[in-house]
Design a protein around this ligand. Structure first.
Ligand code: OGA
Ligand code: ZN
Ligand code: ZN
Length: 385
């Protein structure tokens, strides 16, 4: 990573944009429209809320920089072909470098995990987190790196799961309601409401969009069995990529249909099991045997896709990837639903009661909560300094 304190030394104007040469001699190329669209002056952005005041087509065709200089405070000043003047602070330029190493460093730092995480579970005490934002932030940081976190001592009251959901983000209401009970019942509309074991899965991949985050709160755990299983889908996808790049390519490009139907709803969505971005970074894994419907793909791909699907499903069953633990009353697990795949072992409902309640929140809500807490902590540190 580049030195966060480096300063622009000189700036050159080219036909397509500018090149800033840093004090450490490295160059930073800045395409014209990219740079102009990042102008933060009060004509370009509302001074109160920072929102953009022009449309991209309002910028002239063939926009070009006419002149550029490094000011004494190390900001870069630009005069554009339409007469507009922009100024870019050194810190801003440093934080927005587009070279691969800088872009890598800006990605969320993901820690892949497997069974050995059993000895270092990301646990937070709910009552203490409510009292102390620093503790909540520390828990959210672990949750973000691992894609799941555990809360202990969440009061065993019906509906608490949605209160925790609304604290961390905003509960997403679905056809299952604001929250749902996971309890063994006769004639269930979903296998979750039997005492059968459930292979690891993402919940509800038949929704558009799929739930971002799932919460499961244990109210009663009297029945033998019913252990929770968790597998890091990102880790499994990386193993697939390494061991079988062809299978990874198929599962990240060919979508399958997921489906759920009961007497009131008929939900369908088509998505790939693995989502990777333009840099090849895995951003989501959706896997759900129960609601996998069918594959509508060209014939040659359909055969090859199934081979890849089986390979991935086998990886997800590797014991060294599988975290196993038992939720007790008052425990609540929060899972990034497109990463931390969850399941359970079978239980015996004749020997005791098992009752969980679950709900969904969106990813943006919990991510915003973390950023806001971080901002507050940083401001406090600044004020103290
Ligand atoms: C679910 C589910 C797990 C469990 O309801 O989505 O996966 O432990 N339940 O019962
Ligand atoms: Zn401007
Ligand atoms: Zn589930």
């Amino acid at each position: 990573m580049s030195d966060p304190n480096r300063r622009p030394a000189v700036v050159e104007v080219h036909e397509g944009g500018l090149t800033v040469r840093w004090s450490d001699k490295s160059p930073m190329h800045l395409p014209n429209y990219w740079l102009r669209d990042n102008c933060r002056c009060p004509k370009c952005r509302h001074p109160g809320n920072g929102q953009k005041l022009y449309e991209i087509v309002d910028l002239p065709a063939d926009l070009a920089a006419i002149e550029a200089m490094v000011a004494p405070d190390a900001s870069v000043k630009v005069l554009w072909s339409d007469g507009h003047r922009s100024e870019y602070a050194a810190d801003w330029l440093n934080a927005h470098d587009l070279i691969p190493s800088a872009r890598d460093a800006r990605r969320p730092q993901v820690e892949l995990w497997g069974k050995t995480i059993e000895s270092a579970l990301p646990v937070g005490e709910w009552p203490q987190m409510l009292q102390d934002p620093a503790k909540e932030l520390a828990w959210l940081d672990r949750y973000t790196a691992l894609g799941f976190g555990l809360l202990r001592n969440v009061p065993t009251l019906s509906g608490m799961v949605a209160e925790v959901g609304d604290h961390l983000g905003f509960v997403r209401v679905t056809n299952y309601g604001r929250l749902f009970d996971v309890i063994s019942v006769p004639n269930p509309n979903n296998l979750a409401n039997t005492s059968l074991g459930l292979g690891v899965h993402s919940d509800n991949p038949y929704r558009h969009p799929s739930p971002g985050v799932q919460l499961l709160h244990c109210l009663e755990a009297g029945a033998p069995g019913g252990d929770t299983l968790l597998v890091d889908g990102f880790h499994a996808a990386e193993i697939l990529r390494k061991e079988n790049p062809g299978a990874f390519a198929l599962l990240s490009t060919v979508p399958m249909t997921f489906r759920f139907a009961d007497d009131k709803a008929e939900l369908e969505a088509r998505q790939t099991l693995i989502t990777a971005d333009m840099d090849g970074v895995v951003t989501a894994v959706h896997f759900n045997n129960r609601s996998a419907d069918w594959l509508d793909a060209p014939i040659d791909l359909a055969g090859r896709w199934y081979a890849a699907y089986r390979v991935f499903a086998q990886i997800l069953k590797r014991p060294e990837l599988e975290l196993v633990f038992k939720l007790g009353p008052g425990d609540l697990v929060v899972m990034q639903n497109d990463r931390a795949l969850h399941g359970r072992t079978a239980f015996d409902p004749n020997l005791g009661r098992r009752h969980l309640q679950g709900c969904y929140i969106d990813r943006d809500g919990i991510e915003s909560r973390r950023r806001v807490l971080k901002r507050r902590t940083t401001n406090r540190t600044d004020a103290a300094a």
